[in-house]
Design a protein around this ligand. Structure first.
Ligand SMILES: [Zn+2]
Ligand SMILES: [Zn+2]
Length: 255
C-alpha cells in the first residue's frame, strides 16, 4: 500500500495541514485536507473516506470536496464511513442545510454525490481487496481507529486522535502490522492538557507501547501541535520503541 500524507499536523500553519492520509489513491483516512493538496482528477479518484471522529480538523475538507464534485458535474461519488455516532454528528451539525447543503440529497436525492455508511467494531468492512477493521479509541468524543489490511496480508494501523487506550493495541495481534500511525500532540510538560483533551505526550506514548501485545515495525507520529514540534522531537528521542518517525505533509509511506 502507498500512503500519501496530505496532512499530519495537530494545528494549521503554512506547510502544516490537518490530518488526511490517502491510501492507494482512492481510500482516505480522515479528511482535514483534500482540495488544497490534490488536483481535480485526484480528488475524483477518492471513493471512500473513513473518519476517526467528527472534530473539525478531521472533517473540514469534505464540504469543499463535495462542492467541487457537484459544481464541476463530475461523475465521482463518495462514501463516508464511520461509527453511526460520528455520522450523526456530521449530518446534524454540518450537512444540515444551514452550515452547508445536505449533499446526501444533491445533485438529486435519487443519485446523491455522498452517502453515509455505518461501521461496526465487530469484524471488518471490505472495500475492493482491502479489509478495514474499526476499533474504538479514547478521545472526548466518539472516536475510532482503523487497521487496514491488503490482500497480501500487510497491514497498518491509524489511531486518529487518542489518549491512553486499549482495544486498538489488542486488535494488532495476529496481523502483520508494518506501520502504526498514531499521535503525540503535546510535550510532557503539558501532560495535564493532554489528559483533559484526550491526546498523547511522549511519555504517554511510551506507556502505550508497553501495552502492545505485538509491536509494529515502525511508528509514525502525527498531530503534533506545531509550536511544540522541537520539544516533542527531543522527548521522543528517549522513547524505547521500534523506529519512530515524525510525519510531515507530502511524505509517502510504503506498507
Ligand atoms: Zn480530536
Ligand atoms: Zn485532531
Amino acid at each position: 500500500m502507498k500512503i500519501r500524507v496530505l496532512g499530519a499536523s495537530g494545528s494549521e500553519l503554512p506547510g502544516h495541514n490537518s490530518p488526511a492520509f490517502l491510501v492507494d489513491d482512492f481510500l482516505l483516512l480522515d479528511a482535514g485536507t483534500i482540495s488544497l493538496s490534490l488536483d481535480r482528477d485526484a480528488q475524483c479518484r477518492i471513493s471512500h473516506i473513513f473518519l476517526t471522529h467528527a472534530h473539525l480538523d478531521h472533517i473540514k475538507a469534505i464540504p469543499f470536496l463535495l462542492d467541487n464534485i457537484v459544481s464541476s458535474r463530475q461523475k465521482c461519488r463518495l462514501t463516508i464511513l464511520s461509527g453511526q455516532d460520528v455520522l450523526d454528528d456530521l449530518q446534524k451539525h454540518v450537512f444540515n442545510n444551514r452550515i452547508w447543503p445536505d449533499f446526501s440529497r444533491l445533485p438529486t436525492s435519487e443519485a446523491p454525490v455522498m452517502r453515509f455508511q455505518e461501521l461496526s467494531t465487530e469484524g471488518f468492512f471490505q472495500v475492493k481487496e482491502y479489509k478495514i477493521y474499526p476499533t474504538r479509541v479514547d478521545h472526548p468524543v466518539p472516536a475510532y481507529g482503523y487497521l487496514v489490511e491488503e490482500a497480501g496480508g500487510n497491514a497498518f494501523v491509524y489511531t486518529g486522535d487518542t489518549g491512553p487506550t486499549e482495544q486498538i493495541w489488542s486488535r494488532m495481534a495476529g496481523h502483520r502490522v508494518k506501520a502504526l500511525i498514531t499521535e503525540v500532540s503535546f510535550p510532557d510538560e503539558l501532560l495535564a492538557l493532554a489528559n483533559i483533551s484526550g491526546h498523547l505526550t511522549p511519555s504517554l506514548l511510551q506507556a502505550e507501547i508497553s501495552k502492545m501485545p505485538e509491536l509494529p515495525e515502525k511508528i509514525y507520529i502525527s498531530h503534533l501541535k506545531s509550536y511544540y514540534r522541537a520539544a516533542i522531537r527531543k522527548e521522543l528521542g528517549h522513547v524505547t520503541a521500534p523506529p519512530i518517525i515524525l510525519l510531515e505533509d507530502d511524505m509517502v509511506l510504503c506498507v
